[in-house]
Ligand binder design. Structure first.
Ligand code: ADP
Ligand code: MG
Length: 226
C-alpha cells in the first residue's frame, strides 16, 4: 500500500552551487503493508518531515518511484492527488489549524469536505473532542489555546474521518505523559481497525513503550528498516 523505490527528494530542484545534487532524501526504499504501523525515527534534520511531506503528497519525489495507497504519486495527476489526500490524515508538527475557525469547525472540516450530513458531523465531532479532552473548548478559536490543546485539535482533525493512512509528525511533542498515552491509545485503536499509521518522533520513551517496526533515517538515508 506504501512502496518507495529509490526515492530522492531535492528542495532546490536540481543542483547546488557547488555542483552536488541537493538531495535531502536519497535512495529511500521501503514498503508498509496495508494496516501496518511504523515509527519514523532519526535525529533532527535527518529528513523525517521531508519523508512525511512526500507521503502527504505535499511534494513529489525528485527521483525514483513512490506508491501511496496504491497510487503511483510520481505519475498521478493533480486531481488524483487531491482525491488521494482526502484519504490521508495528517498531524503536522506545527498543527496548521485555521485560526479564524472554532475548534469544532476545524475538526469538522474533513467531514464537511466528504459531504457528511450535519447531524452526523455534530455527533462525531463532539465525541472526538470528548475523547481528546476538549469538549469544553469546542467554541474556542485555536490561537487562544495552549500548544498541547492545539496539538490535540490537530490530532482530532487528522483521525475524525477514519482515513486509510495517518501520518503524525512529532504528535506528542507538546503533550504531557498522560495525554501522550491517550493519543497513542487512539492511534493504536485506529491501527487495529485497519488504518495504516506512521509516527515520526525522536522521543525514545514513547518508542520503548509501544514496540513496532521502525524506519530509521540518518542524513537523508534509510539506515534501518525493521
Ligand atoms: N523547505 C525546505 N527547503 C530547503 N531545505 C529544507 C526544507 N525543509 C527541510 N529542509 C532541509 O532538509 C533536511 C531535512 O529536514 P527535515 O525533513 O525537516 O528533518 P527532520 O524532520 O528529521 O528534522 C534538513 O537539512 C533541512 O534543512
Ligand atoms: Mg521534523
Amino acid at each position: 500500500m506504501i512502496r518507495f523505490h529509490e526515492v530522492g527528494l531535492s528542495y532546490t530542484d536540481g543542483v547546488e552551487s557547488d555542483g552536488r545534487a541537493g538531495l535531502v532524501l536519497r535512495d529511500i526504499s521501503f514498503t508498509v503493508p496495508s494496516g501496518g504501523f511504523r515509527w519514523l525515527l532519526g535525529p533532527s534534520g535527518a529528513g523525517k518531515t521531508s519523508l512525511l511531506r512526500l507521503l502527504t503528497l505535499a511534494v513529489r519525489p525528485s527521483q525514483g518511484e513512490a506508491v501511496v495507497l496504491g497510487q503511483p504519486i510520481h505519475l498521478a495527476s493533480r486531481h488524483a492527488l487531491a482525491l488521494l489526500r482526502r484519504r490521508i490524515g495528517v498531524v503536522f508538527q506545527d498543527f496548521r489549524l485555521l485560526g479564524h475557525l472554532s475548534v469544532f469547525d476545524n475538526v469538522a472540516l474533513p467531514l464537511r469536505l466528504d459531504g457528511r450530513p450535519e447531524g452526523q458531523i455534530r455527533a462525531d465531532v463532539a465525541e472526538m473532542l470528548r475523547w481528546v479532552g476538549l469538549a469544553e473548548r469546542m467554541a474556542a478559536l485555536p490561537p487562544t489555546l495552549s500548544g498541547g490543546e492545539q496539538q490535540r485539535v490537530a490530532i482530532a482533525r487528522a483521525v475524525i474521518n477514519r482515513p486509510a493512512l495517518i501520518l503524525a509528525d512529532e504528535p506528542t511533542g507538546n503533550l504531557d505523559e498522560a495525554q501522550a498515552e491517550r493519543l497513542m491509545q487512539l492511534l493504536i485503536e485506529m491501527n487495529r481497525l485497519g488504518t495504516s499509521v506512521i509516527v515520526a518522533t525522536h522521543q525514545t520513551g514513547l518508542v520503548e513503550r509501544y514496540a513496532a517496526p521502525a524506519l530509521r533515517l540518518e542524513r537523508g538515508r534509510l539506515v534501518g528498516d525493521g
